[in-house]
Design a protein around this ligand. Sequence first.
Ligand code: G3P
Ligand code: CA
Length: 280
Amino acid sequence: MHHKNPAWRVFSFGLPLAFSLCSQSVEAQLIVAHRGASHDAPENTLAAFQLAWAQDADGIEGDFYLTRDGHVVCIHDEDTERTAGVKLEVSNSTLAELKKLDVGSWKDKQFAGERIPTLQEVIATVPNGKRIIIELKIGPEIVAPMQRILKASKLKPEQILVISFNEQTIAESKRLLPQIKAHWLTGYESETDLGPWTPTASSVVQSVSRTNADGLGSEGKRGVFDEKFIRSLTEAGIKEFHVWTIDDGADARYYQALGAYGITTNRPAFIRRELNKQSK
Ligand code: G3P
Ligand code: CA
């Protein structure tokens, strides 16, 4: 099965998109659990990551910050209010302070006692051959601490993808860890539902090039990030893209047909079933 493939898939972006649509479309998307299996378990907790593996995800995605005492911890927001009910700024708190918080109960009482995990603890859940997508939520100062943790781990370079909205962070990751893939992230904004949308495809190409990223991680907004947009990337030599956050089967099939490298979803088991429907 495609998701057992040990290597990240390399897409034929140099070929016409029509080729992509007819010949390679249905076989190989990585299904990545967004903040873990976060539809069913509290985001960015070990419970969510373990559930992602139980749901046969190919990879997990998590969000990372630096604590005051230099630990790399997994949480989406810059403070703990939404998931712990108590407001601590991550950058102003020690790991010990953050570890006292319960970040599971907000989702369901069955998850009471879940703690904010460190990057090391998240990595320890990753089975052989599976992937971790590390989203760095802050500036380039987090890259060297991450590098030390990755070096001490058993992960192979091909199991890791670094992502960030921050151009400097991606550039630093490619500088310090050139052998590890990195994708620059972007969403899209408009003053009206009909656009114009920013950033434009040409601006995205410039950002990806500036950072030396291996590809783009794009918001899966079909009205903007469509075949034409993807062709602009291809023509500029950007060979990979992944999309987030895709919880709808039709959207997953749309981006699969356009050759997505990965589909990040809160519902990995559901999206796997949806994509298998088409493959049969
Ligand atoms: O995978 C990228 C995606 O996670 C970015 O958005 O806000 O969920 O971290 P966010
Ligand atoms: Ca994220």
